[in-house]
Structure formats: C-alpha cells, structure tokens
Design a protein around this ligand. Structure first.
Ligand SMILES: Cc1ncc(COP(=O)(O)O)c(C=O)c1O
Length: 377
C-alpha cells in the first residue's frame, strides 16, 4: 500500500534533504561542544551555531544577537510569558491574550493567573480576526504583556499584528507574537510588525523537530526559566545542539528564497478545492477569513456530518480534524468553537512544498466522495 498523501503541513513538515545534508557533519566528525572555547572542535561547532543564528535572524530581518535558541515554539512561548511577567512592574500584573491562541500560550497564561497575575482572554470575530477596537479597549494601565499569534495554526487567518503591536507598545505593554505558523510562510519582519518578542519553530518550515527560537528585542528583559551554564545570553542555559541549529539555519535560508512562490501556488490549490466543493453542491463552511489568511491552510466544516467517519473515509489522505494536539487528546477544537463553526465534521487541509496539482485533484475527489457517502443514502 502506498503511504497516505500527506496534507497536514500545519502539524509538521518533512525535513528538506538540503537541511538534512547541512545537519550531517554535526552528527559525525564535527561533534564539538559549541561552548568549548579552548580548541578547534568547539570553535567549529560555535561557528555553525553563529551562522545558523544569522540565517534564522535574517528571515525575520532581526539582528543575530536577538535570537535565543529554544527546544521549539512551546518553550519560546513559555519563556516569553513567564520570563517577562516575572520581571513586570508591581503596577502591571495583567496578561492580555486571545481565545484562539495555541494551547502553549493559553495554558501558560492560565498557569500565571493561578500564580496571582491577572488575565484577559479576548474573543475573536466570526472570521477569526481580533477586532482592533476590542483589543484597544482591553489595554488597561495594568497590562504588562500582550500575546497574539501571527498565523493561526487551525484556521490559517493572519492577525493584524502590526496594528495591535503599535497600540500595545503605545500603552506601555510588551507585545509577544507566536509566529510559529507564519515564519517561512509569509513575510515576517520584526521591525515592520513592531513586536518585542516573537516565537518560532524549525519543524514548521522543513527544519528539524526539537529546535525553535525566541526573538527578544534589544532592551527587553526576561527572567531565565532554565538556569545553569548561562548559555543563550544567560536566558536559556543548556548545551546547544549544533546539528539542530545548522538545520534550522538551512531551513530559514531555503524558506527565504521560496515562500512567496509557494504561497501563490497554495492559493490556487485552495481555490481549486473550494470551487470543486461548490460545483459538487457540497454543503460546507470555510472557517476563518478568506482574505486575511495564509493559503497553505484550508479549514472547512461540513455541518451535520460525523468527523471521525469522514476522516476514516478519506482513504489514504492524511489531514487533521483539528489542531494535532487537540485531536490527540480527543477534545473538540476551542478555536472552531471561538469562531462559531457549525456542529459536524471539520477538516484542516494543509499544503506544503511537495504538494502537486495531481495531489490536490486526488484529495478533492476523495473528499467529495466521502462527503457524498455520508449525505446520499
Ligand atoms: C502556533 C503554534 N505555536 C506553537 C506551537 C508549538 O511549537 P513546537 O512544536 O515547536 O513546540 C505550534 C505547533 O503546533 C503552533 O502551531
């Protein structure tokens, strides 16, 4: 049996072969510790980390020394929230975030609330976008930190981060952005966005799993959450993995040269599926704004249908019925609930670099047939 057709690129992406090649030397001959300063083994490993840091920073137009490597976006989000709140002024004890953030932001914010900080979780509009007016009204004088993601992992919408960050900073709050689903997919520039902190993850852009980073604007202070040898500007101790750094750097370099063309291709795939559903008279609703969005993500609800049956019936097409972590726990999607998606089946279809038109035609055919098997006796 051939492997299922992978259309779940928001969950993760395959390692690009060039990324793997860039990692290999650090799994064999160049095994040095990047923090060893006395000999060539250490220098070579450090040089690899430095090059990677510059490439990752370059993809978001940031200075290299603003990048702190972490184990992924989950850790970066934890460090951003816990690290800034621990040093927040006594008069600013509130975090403002959004109902559709990733669970690693929401759970961390709730943890901090349990520790005594105040928390505001803002609702979104039916298209998934945060209203700038609602946001502005929440910016009270006690707000220390705002956390709003760039591209939503479930519904693909792009929040108006530049406008929100400008308001937050004018009010004296720090602005953190979870850009794990944005970097390498759409244009990301930390100056244009005006963010103070930004989380990213390598495995969402054809890099290795187990590495991400937090961008920390010069002058923003964080309390370290992992202490020890004082690596990563003293903010995140622990020996860095040069092979993961090298892979992340290469992935960033590759993404820089390809994401615009890719996005154009995904828009055509997206439109192809939506039009085909219309032609086949399939009752559906597209979740999330159809304009302010990343087109590598198509999230559709089929009112009244059974989601598990639909997934099982897709016959060799691997998509998600919600965010991967949510479906692993068997929970309904709080993101879809927040935008008022109809009851029934919901699928997240994600396109990636290897996806072809033939793949999209095959997946569309299987999807329409699976829906029709449930709706037509
Ligand atoms: C928006 C967003 N934030 C954070 C994460 C967590 O990233 P990581 O797997 O690198 O910890 C993910 C991954 O699912 C994500 O999509």
């Amino acid at each position: 049996m051939p492997p299922p057709l992978y259309l779940d690129y928001q969950a993760t992406t395959p390692l690009d072969p060039d990324v793997m090649a860039a990692m290999m030397p650090y799994l064999s001959t160049q095994f040095g510790n990047p923090h060893s300063t006395e000999h060539r083994y250490g220098w070579e490993a450090k040089a690899a980390v430095d090059v990677a840091r510059r490439k990752v920073a370059g993809l978001m137009a940031a200075p290299a020394d603003t990048i702190t490597f972490t184990s992924g976006a989950t850790e970066a989000n934890n460090l951003a929230l816990r690290g800034t709140m621990a040093l927040a002024a006594q008069t600013r004890r509130r975090i403002v975030t959004v109902a559709t953030e990733h669970s690693c932001v929401l759970e961390t914010a709730r943890d901090l609330q349990a520790e005594g900080y105040a928390l505001t979780v803002l609702p979104v509009q039916p298209d998934g976008l945060l209203s700038v007016d609602v946001f502005q009204a929440a910016l009270a004088e006690d707000v220390a930190l705002v956390s709003v993601m760039l591209v939503n992992n479930e519904i693909g919408i792009i929040q108006p981060v530049a406008a929100l960050a400008a308001l937050a900073r004018a009010s004296g709050a720090l602005f953190h952005c979870d850009a794990a689903q944005g970097l390498g997919k759409i244009s990301v520039d930390v100056q244009t966005l005006g963010v103070d902190l930004m989380s990213i993850s390598a495995h969402k852009l054809y890099g290795p799993k187990g590495i991400g980073a937090l961008y920390v604007r010069d002058g923003v202070r964080l309390k370290p959450q992992i202490t020890g040898g004082g690596q990563e500007h003293g903010v995140r101790s622990g020996t860095l993995a040069p092979m993961l750094c090298a892979g992340f750097g290469k992935a960033a370099e590759l993404a820089a040269g390809s994401f615009e063309n890719e996005h154009h291709r995904y828009r055509m795939f997206w439109q192809h599926i939506v039009e085909a559903l219309g032609v086949a008279c399939i009752k559906h609703r597209i979740n999330g704004s159809v304009t302010n969005r990343y087109f590598g993500n198509l999230n559709i609800s089929f009112p009244g249908l059974d989601g598990n049956r639909l997934l099982a019936d897709l016959r060799g097409v691997a998509v998600s019925s919600a965010a991967a972590c949510a479906s692993a726990e068997g929970k309904a999607s709080y993101v879809l609930a927040a935008i008022g998606a109809p009851d029934g089946a919901s699928l997240r279809i994600g396109f990636g670099r290897p996806t072809t038109y033939a793949d999209i035609e095959l997946a569309t055919g299987r999807l329409i047939a699976a829906v029709q098997r449930q709706t037509q006796p």
